[in-house]
Design a protein around this ligand. Structure first.
Ligand SMILES: CC/C=C\C=C\CC(=O)SCCNC(=O)CCNC(=O)[C@H](O)C(C)(C)COP(=O)(O)OP(=O)(O)OC[C@H]1O[C@@H](n2cnc3c(N)ncnc32)[C@H](O)[C@@H]1OP(=O)(O)O
Length: 728
């Protein structure tokens, strides 16, 4: 039964019951409509309460039912809303858990709203590429004014109950049972006038210059959400609430949602939404997985190393209220780390405070303890080592701690690409060793690559994946190979950016093209931010640059393949990026963030091309995008082939959450599918034939096979491989 109804004296309680989140599927809508009509006609009913089962009011329309263009046909939430609002009997929404999207729109059509203190409300449709189209953009501004409504709708912000009360979205916040409180309120208001409670009948009140206000909002949104169409449609819809009568505003919502669907962005964002949720449902070839292996509960942790990553990880654990011992090797580094963690926690507390939430670390370090003594970590449940990327150092630490820690403690290494098996092999419990690849800043970035080594046990995976979720991360299980998934795909992308400079581009040409595509940052800006020396050190270790390059090796060749030495040359000149005030760009000061194209780089590139007798050519944005992205995608196919990622969806989750890929394009593998695999294949093949010294351009076996079998849908890609080479 999707919707049930029971009576408490004169009050009829209608409950949505559609696990897991009481989403408004077509069946729920039909049942809700029917129950509501019956209750409103029943002479024994004098008031109605609307609520959701299992402590959740409603998470909105059922996104699973959204099928590209059929979006409009399946949902008639506004039909229900119109009925509720015009009902002669008072209707009260009892909000527990969540009232999101269509769920909040439903509540807004009720005459009163009571919320539990832990509830959240919001209109997050923009995050899945659409807009609130069941009256939300028309009723909310009438209730709380234009600026507050626009802010909530355009950002898709989740608003806690206390703030919702301050804004006037809910009429009461209760600490006890919200349904009882709603029934109580419903009884009190029986027979009272409801006219000023019907939001559609109220005027939108404002004392601002509306034209200027919406012009500014549009300008800001075009910059902040570059390329995304839904935020702009949201602004247009809210503007309609001022310019048009209510029912025409509703029509406008429908027109806007229909036009968004034609852009393909909602489909990409909804794919991203479900891919994120599926990433948590890991399964091993043995059949063990998220649904049959129980994680161990982690109460106490330690973090070794308080550099940039360690500080972020300590902050993240502390935010989740998990006890953490932070360990450093000397007093100076410990104090620096402690100061940095305090400052990060203060910022986090400030953020929570603004959202009306309190934190355990508001007045100090919460559950963090700092020490130089390894002995103090002996009883912790899980350790995260976060020292710098050096295999020798990491092995030394793992050898040491595996002797100190209790036998069932888990040992995690935060590495962006080192071999987990080699690290595990020096411990007395390789089955408890796993990689946790956090992304910087670790207290902010949502992505976590959980790296399974060949010895890692299912319970270690379950525990680490579950810890990731507790930390608010999107944890994705990946296999062990150099650089894992995200960075392995990034390598040919960055290489290609270097070749583009040799072939005639300036850094800003490449960055502009990729930023226009939707990346948060182009590759050269990204390298300047991360520090060019990071890649330089790694290339030196691999013998690609520096003293270990055999004499007589051509400057632009390594082991017979093309090599671009320009980044090495910049490093030799101390151009390490932002921290040096110069890199691919120049900056206003050391550590500055404002990048300007540097005429020095232009001259340098010209001389470089002359020295190497490279004939440059004009390269347009399309060529830049294709050259950079198709090798990245090709590497994604190789990763699937090698069994390092479970699915193309997991790869997309990694790129959407850790590499600034625009979510409205779904992720690189989704992008390949929508671009057409044949086009990707043919372009790569043509380019590889012209450049046989660039192996990353050679189309992979899986890509070729998928084209040959007629481009099956993305969900079926892995079945073309079977269990050929599963490393998970
Ligand atoms: C003409 C058009 C008229 C009206 C249009 C209305 C538009 C809408 O209402 S669109 C939907 C708006 N709502 C949302 O965007 C909410 C999305 N959901 C969430 O933000 C979260 O899931 C959550 C509700 C806050 C719960 O979070 P959490 O507790 O972390 O659990 P999850 O793992 O995220 O979700 C659990 C489970 O529920 C599924 N799910 C969540 N929301 C929906 C939904 N709206 N429709 C269908 N399914 C939903 C989610 O996929 C998970 O499913 P599993 O099978 O367990 O993976």
């Amino acid at each position: 039964m999707e919707v049930t109804r029971y009576q408490s004296h004169a009050v009829s309680v209608i409950e949505i019951n559609h696990p897991p989140v009481n989403a408004l599927s077509s069946l729920v809508c039909q049942a809700l409509f029917k129950e509501f009509v019956e209750a409103s006609k029943d002479p024994s009913v004098e008031a109605i309460v609307l609520c959701g089962a299992n402590g959740k009011f409603c998470a909105g329309a059922d996104i699973r039912e959204f099928k590209s263009t059929s979006l409009m046909k399946t949902i008639s939430i506004e039909d229900i809303n119109g009925n509720i609002e015009s009902c002669k009997k008072p209707v009260v929404a009892a909000i527990e858990g969540v009232a999101l999207g269509g769920g909040l729109e439903l509540a807004l059509s009720c005459h009163y709203r009571v919320a539990h203190i832990k509830a959240i409300v919001g209109l997050p449709e923009v995050l899945i590429g659409i807009l609130p189209a069941a009256g939300g953009t028309q009723r909310l501004p009438r209730l709380i004014g234009i600026p507050a409504a626009l802010d909530m709708i355009v950002r898709g912000r989740h608003v806690p109950a206390t703030e919702a009360f301050q804004l006037g979205i809910v009429d009461q916040v209760v600490q006890t049972n919200a349904i009882d409180a709603a029934v109580h309120l419903a009884r009190e208001i029986i027979g009272k006038p409801l006219d000023n409670r019907r939001l559609s009948t109220l005027p939108v009140q404002y004392n601002i210059n509306i034209e200027d206000f919406f012009d500014n909002a549009l300008k800001k949104a075009k910059i902040q959400f570059f390329g995304a169409q839904a935020p702009l449609a949201c602004i247009e819809a809210v503007k309609a609430s001022v310019e048009l009568p209510f029912y025409q505003g509703l029509k406008k919502e429908q027109e806007l949602i229909a036009s968004l669907v034609t852009t393909g962005q909602p489909q990409a964002q909804q794919y991203a939404f479900f891919s994120e949720r599926n990433a948590g449902k890991w399964t091993l070839p043995s059949g063990e997985g998220w649904d049959n292996v129980s994680p161990k509960i982690i109460k106490t942790t330690a973090v070794i190393g308080l550099g940039t990553m360690g500080r972020g990880i300590v902050t993240s654990l502390s935010k989740a209220n998990i006890s953490v011992i932070a360990l450093e090797q000397d007093e100076k580094q410990l104090n620096q780390g402690k100061k940095a963690v305090i400052s990060l926690l203060e910022k986090e507390a400030e953020k929570l405070n603004k959202q009306g939430k309190s934190s355990s670390f508001a007045n100090g370090l919460g559950p963090v303890h700092f020490t130089l003594d390894f002995g103090e970590i002996r009883n912790v449940d899980l350790v995260i080592e976060a020292v710098y990327e050096n295999m020798g150092l990491k092995k030394k630490i793992f050898q040491k701690i595996s002797k100190i820690l209790k036998p069932d403690a888990f040992l995690c290494t935060n590495t962006s690409g080192l071999d987990i098996d080699e690290i595990a092999s020096v411990t007395n419990r390789p089955q408890n060793v796993i990689g946790m690849h956090f992304f910087s800043p670790a207290n902010i970035m949502r992505l976590l690559e959980v790296v399974r080594g060949c010895y890692t046990s299912p319970i270690t995976i379950a525990t680490t994946m579950s810890l990731g979720k507790t930390l608010g991360k999107v944890a994705v299980l990946v296999g062990n190979c150099p650089l894992f998934v995200g960075n392995r795909m990034l390598l040919p992308y960055v290489e290609q950016a270097g070749y583009l400079l040799e072939d005639g581009c300036n850094p800003e040409d490449v960055d502009n093209a990729l930023e226009h595509f939707g990346f948060a940052m182009g590759p050269f800006c990204m390298m300047d931010l991360a520090g060019l020396d990071v890649g330089w050190r790694s290339r030196m270790e691999k013998g690609l640059t520096g003293d270990r390059v055999p004499t007589g090796t051509p400057a632009r060749q390594r082991q017979g393949n093309r090599y671009c030495p320009i980044a090495d040359m910049l490093c030799e000149l101390g151009r390490f990026g932002q921290k040096a005030g110069m890199g691919w760009y120049k900056y206003e000061k050391l550590g500055g963030r404002k990048a300007s194209p540097d005429p020095w780089i232009r001259d340098f590139l010209e001389k470089y091309r002359n020295t190497h007798q490279i004939k440059s050519h004009v390269i347009n944005s399309e060529e830049i995008i294709q050259r950079c992205l198709y090798v990245l995608i090709n590497a994604g196919f190789k990763i699937l082939e090698d069994g390092i990622a479970t699915s193309p969806e997991d790869i997309d989750v990694i790129y959407n959450n850790g590499y600034g890929w625009p979510k409205y394009r779904g992720g690189p593998m989704y992008y390949a599918a929508t671009t057409g695999l044949a086009k990707v294949y043919e372009t790569l093949d043509r380019n590889y034939k012209a450049n046989p010294d660039i192996p990353s351009m050679k189309p992979t076996f899986l890509l070729r096979k998928l084209v040959a079998v007629g481009e099956p849908p993305l969900k079926e890609w892995k079945t073309q491989l079977g269990n050929l080479n599963n490393k998970l």
